[in-house]
Structures are given as C-alpha cells and as structure tokens.
Design a protein around this ligand. Sequence first.
Ligand code: 4AD
Ligand code: MG
Length: 431
Amino acid sequence: MGEWVYIKDIAAYEGKQVTIKGWLYNSTDKGKVQFLLLRDGTGVVQGVVSRKDVSSQVFSDAQHLTQESSVIVTGQVRADKRAPGGYELLVNNLQTVQLTQDYPITPKEHGIAFLMENRHLWLRSSRQHAILRIRAEVVKAIRDWLDSHGFVNVDTPILTPSSCEDSTTLFGTDYFGEQAYLTQSGQLYNEATIGAFGKVYCFGPTFRAEKSKTRRHLTEFWMVEPEMAYVDLEGCMEVEEQFVSYIVQTVLQNRAVELEALDRDTSRLEKVVPPFPRITYDEAVELLNKKGLAFEWGNDFGAPHETVIGESFEKPVFIHHYPTAVKAFYMEEDPSRPEVCLSVDLLAAEGYGEIIGGGQRTASYELLERRIKEHNLPRQAYEWYLDLRRYGSVPHSGFGLGVERTVTWICRIHHIRETIAFPRMLDRIYP
Ligand code: 4AD
Ligand code: MG
C-alpha cells in the first residue's frame, strides 16, 4: 500500500506509490485500458488501469465502477503532460468503498431547477467546486486584510429587537413572547463596539425577506462589516478600495486554476488596484441621462442603472452623496446640503452592480433622534443606539461588503445562487 496523499500534493510523489481516497468522477473504457477520473476534494487525477498490470478482479471492479462511487485507489505517480493536472496514476489496486447506483447528475446537461433540487450533489461538479473554492479564498482574504490592518473582529447578534435597513424586509420570529427579527446588518452594534475598540468588523450571515426574484438577491447572505471611529467619508472610500483590491489580487494569485476552470478572463481583474473612480450621485444621474436612460433625480438606482454606470468604468466605481431620502436613517447629512447624505456605494466592474453599501454615520444626537421619528422607528428599541451619541460621540464611518455579490463578480457568473453552498431565495429553502 502507498501512503495516503491528497491529489493537490501528488506532484511531490512522482515515481512513488501512493493511495488516493475519493470518488469516481468519470471513466472511459478502452478495452485493455480504463481511464478513471478520480477526485478527492482537492483536485482531479486520471487513474490508468491496464489489464496487464492488475489482477482480473481489480480490472473487473474498475470496469463496474459507476459515477460517484467511492473508491480507494493505489498506484504509481507518473508525469504526463496530456493528463489533467500533469500527472496520472498507474493503478495497481482498487477498493470500492461504496458502489453508487443511478447518480442523478450525469455529464449531460441538466436544467437549473433540477440542479437546484439536487444542490447537495451538484456541489461535487467541477464548476461548483471552483466557485466555492474561490468563495473560501475571498473569505480568507477578507479576514487576513482586516486582521492585519488593526480591525478587531467583534461579532454581532443574529437575533435582534429592531431593524437596521428597510423594515419591510425583516424576517420576524417569536422570542419567548417578544417580537424579534433575524439581523439585516450588524452595523448598529458595530457603532457600539468602535467605542471600545476603535476599528472593528463583524462577519456573518444576514437576512432580508426580499420579495424580488432577481439574480442578485438572496434572502440569507454573508456580509462583512468594518466600522471605524474618527474616519470620514473620504477615509472610508480609501479603506474600501484597498480592501477590495486586496481581495481580488489574492484570488488572482491563489485561485488561478479555479478561475481558469470558469473560463474567467482575468485581464479586467488585474486592473482592480487603487484608486477607484469616485462620482457623486448627481454625476451618476447625468451619466445615465447622457446614455439615454431617463432617470429622475431623487430615485434610487435599480439593477439596469447600476449595470450601465458600472460598465462606464474600467474599475469598480464609488457613487457618493445619495439623496438622504433614499438611504437608511443613520446616514450623516451633508452639512452644506442636507438633501444629500454622506453615503457611498461601490459598484463592481463589468456591470455587476453594488457590492458595498456604507458611508459616514450621524454623529449628532438631535439629528439621529429626528431621523428615528421621521422613519417611524420605535424609539424604545433604539435607546441604546442613541446612547452612543450621548457618551463620546465621534465622526465615524463603515460599510458592508456582500460576499456572494463579490464572488459572483470575481467569477463573472450569471446568477448569485451558485456562490453559496445552499442558497436561500424567495422560492427556495430546500435542500
Ligand atoms: O447596502 P446594504 O443594505 O448596507 C447595509 O446593510 C449596511 N448596514 C452595511 C454597513 O454599512 N455596515 O448591504 C450591504 C451589501 C450590499 O452592497 C450587497 O453586496 C449585500 O450587502 N446585499 C445583498 N447580497 C445578496 N442578497 C441580498 N438580498 C443583499 N442585500 C444586500
Ligand atoms: Mg445598499
């Protein structure tokens, strides 16, 4: 028996006997030789089973292996330029762990409804594997960058008594007789923890009962939310462009194989380095009108508008100073022009739309109190939040980056549903 190794490490074992534990991805029977495409979660390698090299039992077992059967295979590692990954395994022994019958996902094309219904199995296919490896890299890059730039990870609650964003998209739940909601954002709590730590981030699942069925919306998605004391709108944008550039460049460096598997043209990603262009909401409206899209000042952008604006720039683009009326209650007003606020969204390149929302928060007790009233929010639930303006209030800013939107863009795929293992959407909570 050879030593158990993972396929990703196989190059280090050239000429040696190794054991691979995995699943049969696909196979071709050429009579005297069978080619077994084996995967073990870290990669794919071709196993070559020659009638002359193995016992008739092993040869027959290999012939009867079905797609997605679990197998333990022993063989010698050989370099071969034609083989996927550059190495193959000359098989001399094979043990069937479980023989699979009628695996539902075959190499032929399946419709999306069928694949979503079989998401628990679909995850094994090479495309889904590549997307989720990239997601894991994005998550790691997020944490690495923040941890090494003075941000303290302070996670915020998932069960909350009040809303942060649009109160029409709350998922309610009973909390021992009290009304509670699944969190839409940890931001309000971040604004408390910066008082203790200066720079913080929370990172976790967030929930929105989005009634819209679009390719950009999930009802459960992951958001990382950095928050910074004594940082203004401009400082916030500087952090965002450094942060997003680091994420993209790290994926380019560490996940080239996966990007290649997705046929991702990486030349556009290579350009994602600071600084990013900055335009005001007013300028964005002008740009839309110039491009022939009728758009009235005061409205919020929809997906088609974001696509057109985003496609007008090589890099991701900041849009700042939105109308106060279209943004959440906590936004700081522009002191010289209160009808606009110190908010900023970052639109991804290539027409992928908003990936970050954020900006400078109201520091004034009086303004915040008025805003809570104007937005018809239950004052009592925000008493603690008002406290933050009573005791050492400072100018502060922060933002939230949606992991799935970011991965959709980096992978350049059509629909957000493939960027999370088990997507939750308007019409889906299974599997
Ligand atoms: O713009 P949003 O709503 O901002 C906030 O929640 C702020 N409180 C964040 C903050 O400042 N700390 O959401 C932020 C990001 C969006 O830009 C988008 O990437 C993602 O979260 N997002 C969604 N992703 C998938 N499905 C949805 N339904 C999403 N809603 C928002
Ligand atoms: Mg937003």
